[in-house]
Design a protein around this ligand. Sequence first.
Ligand code: SF4
Ligand code: SF4
Ligand code: SF4
Ligand code: FES
Length: 955
Amino acid sequence: MNQLNELDYGTPAKQSEKSVVLEIDGVSVEVAAGTSVMRAAAEAGINVPKLCATDSLEPFGSCRLCLVEIDGKKGYPASCTTPCESGMKVKTQTPKLADIRRGVMELYISDHPLDCLTCPTNGNCELQDMAGVTGLREVRYGYDGENHLKMKKDESNPYFTYDPSKCIVCNRCVRACEETQGTFALTIDGRGFESRVSAGQMDSFMESECVSCGACVQACPTATLTEKTVIMMGQAEHSKITTCAYCGVGCSLKAEMKGNEVVRMVPHKNGQANHGHACVKGRFAWGYATHKDRITKPMIRSKITDPWREVSWDEALTYAASEFRRIQAKHGKDSIGGITSSRCTNEETYLVQKLVRAAFGNNNVDTCARVCHSPTGYGLKQTLGESAGTQTFDSVMKSDVIMVIGANPVAAHPVFASQMKRRLRQGAKLIVIDPRTTEMVKSPHVQADYHLKLRPGTNVALITALAHVILAEGLQKEDFVAERCDQKSYADWKEFVLRPENSPEMMADIIGVPADQLRGAARLFATAGNGAIYYGLGVTEHAQGSTMVIGIANLAMATGNVGREGVGVNPLRGQNNVQGSCDMGSFPHELPGYRHVSDSTVRGAFEQAWGVTLSPEPGLRIPNMFDAAMDGSFMGLYCEGEDIVQSDPNTQHVTAALAAMECIVVQDLFLNETAKYAHVFLPGSSFLEKDGTFTNAERRISRVRKVMPAKGGKSDWEVTVALSEALGYPMNYQHPSQIMDEIAALTPTFRGVSYAKLEKLGSIQWPCNDAAPDGTPIMHVHQFVRGKGKFINTQYFATDEKVTPKFPLILTTGRILSQYNVGAQTRRTENVEWHSEDRLEIHPHDAEDRGIKEDDWVGIESRAGQTVLRATVTERVQPGVVYTTFHFPESGANVITTDNSDWATNCPEYKVTAVQVMPVSQPSAWQKQFSRFTEQQLKLLQGQAGHAAEAAVTK
Ligand code: SF4
Ligand code: SF4
Ligand code: SF4
Ligand code: FES
């Protein structure tokens, strides 16, 4: 799929049931009512010259290049701002129009550098194109008068430059920042000839509110805003459509290439999740793929205190396989297991769980979803019948009230946040439930109607209190419940919710939110029309994470907000393929498609296809693997694309468990924190180096396309196939499409998925089968997947993690826009210019009590451990709560998080850790040990042995 240049229709498409018929240059055209003359012409293959119009933005009508003649209308109307009318007769080319357009172009060019041949956008510049189209041959005004040709460039942004000498003040960048991104960072400063684009109060881009999404760069028709990679490398030669490998939005991106090198990433206009938009990560932060830290040769060592030795693929795989078999012979079949990755493709994840079940012969497979959205899987399956979100992202455009719980989409799902903010600017109401004042609460032209700033750990009390108001005031949708839900469970739940102890008045002190605010928010949600709930890890990463997911589903069912556009229960999945890794059978108790391993019919189908007998017993979850390692019964691990040392709670316990194992095989791009405990390193491949599919947070399966050869010689799926072969269980695939064919054959919800269909439709939302051959945008439309929706009581229990005089503050964790998860990728890009360290956010009162000032080093101590970070004193957090991110390994955020976890799924309680915070002057003991260990491991990577290595292992 090579699409370097796409047709620009000039103005956005209009949806209307009515159509109008008009004539343009003698051609009869039928378009939806409200369509501009410019777009109608483009749809008929007639291109009207334009500069200030582009089809991702509402028309502005400033450049006067698109003028046309319309019979019966005076003057020369701008075709971009003129809607079509039935019977109109339009001429786009006349001598007079040609004359006017040449005059307009002459004025533009008289204040534009004539350096086309050395300009970075030479060959891809709309101004240049229009000079050609209008037949401009001379500029009568000369270049001696006043002009902007000497204006200074702003090169502050690491990814793009702003060269005001080339600006034609078309306003496209300003509109892109407002309409597409919703940040409102740009304005046109000055008037008439003096007017110029300005970021904030004439700040540089880096000093302004700009979040570097790049929408303005994409919208700019000239070289004024240009990617630095384009300036450096020139225009691309070919392109392929692929899918972003960062967050769960799953933006479709066009990788524009020169040979095997990426020149730039351009969001794909027809991308069904992102509609031509992206964020600073997907658009710009892809340089990690070619970073010098990439390890591209397989390596082995017998002890983690030995230097690494580069070996051939054959030797590494044979060694790994023989170690796994040796461990099984010594400690039993169940003594090894595997961890799949939510960053890898569906096909790769499927293969890892297949390898564990078929070649290892047990069900010891788990995934990083264990530590993020496993409660979503459990809670939604129990209540609605399917472990996935119910909507498309586009559904939000039909919502009347949006409830965002424990999620900060502006940081973690930025492109969807832009869409949500667009809907909010159109007038939808907003309820934010979060202990912090996130960017969702207040941003330009968006203000939450309610911000319920609850105490961390009290989600379940809050959701039940909201339900109490709705039921007590009769605001529920009894008809919906009667028709769609299980009546007995509803009656039980109703009785439970209506108990006086669940009223806002009784719960307010526990939750930390006044009763009237709880009542107001509940009434708004139940009565405003279409109500949609979006939630994130602030819901799931709790001791009662699964209970809270159930509470959300209860609320949606009771208010009739499931089964159509504009409503629904929408988990904002964090990583690019966390939905897919769960779908693919990464959990120890479930085969692909969420079917329990104890189900003999399901097992039988896999046994027949795979030619093995499968164990009916669920295997070990990640925390159980660590415990088993400590007691000597789990000794070998295959870990693909996941950094459990940095991302799992209670780091000391994790590292002690890894240090106790006999063979750890890590497959990754970099020597990550887990690889420092490994015995075999298999080079992984980035998303640019392989074919496959990702499934985003709306169950949308999209193609990942290989644009460059795998740096280590094998894509990740090929490595798993080779390891399986070495273990004596050959897998025969020549291409990932064959793996998808197997998945489809064995998984009812994927039955209709194939690469050919993905090619045709662009993407597919599962379930995709005979009943829904093109996929299922909205789930539970006529009935719930489980039949009748089931209400489940949500009794609130306070977490065991109590604040005490010794640990008086609650630490909660989260993400930031520019960094991604453990930071392995984004830390190796210029994104560090925005966020180069994890900080501790602390309220001014708590800071003052402790003598802490901005930028001070502070020690954070919990029952699990200690670490040291610099302080940011801010009212974003409430008194009694501190907050940090976890993007840098040396921060040791997970040294302080505890082993507490969700009762149903073991998802760690990252969001509630009781801590004390004090000023300190040096790193913690753990941090010092971490530095020594890292230094030693880097020496061992360079093949250097060292006696100190023995002592530095962080057990
Ligand atoms: S990069 Fe994005 S946020 Fe920054 S000015 Fe451009 S459109 Fe606005
Ligand atoms: S920077 Fe580009 S998009 Fe913005 S006004 Fe100037 S020419 Fe137009
Ligand atoms: S990180 Fe998420 S929002 Fe940003 S480009 Fe990638 S998929 Fe889109
Ligand atoms: S394109 Fe219509 S006025 Fe600029």
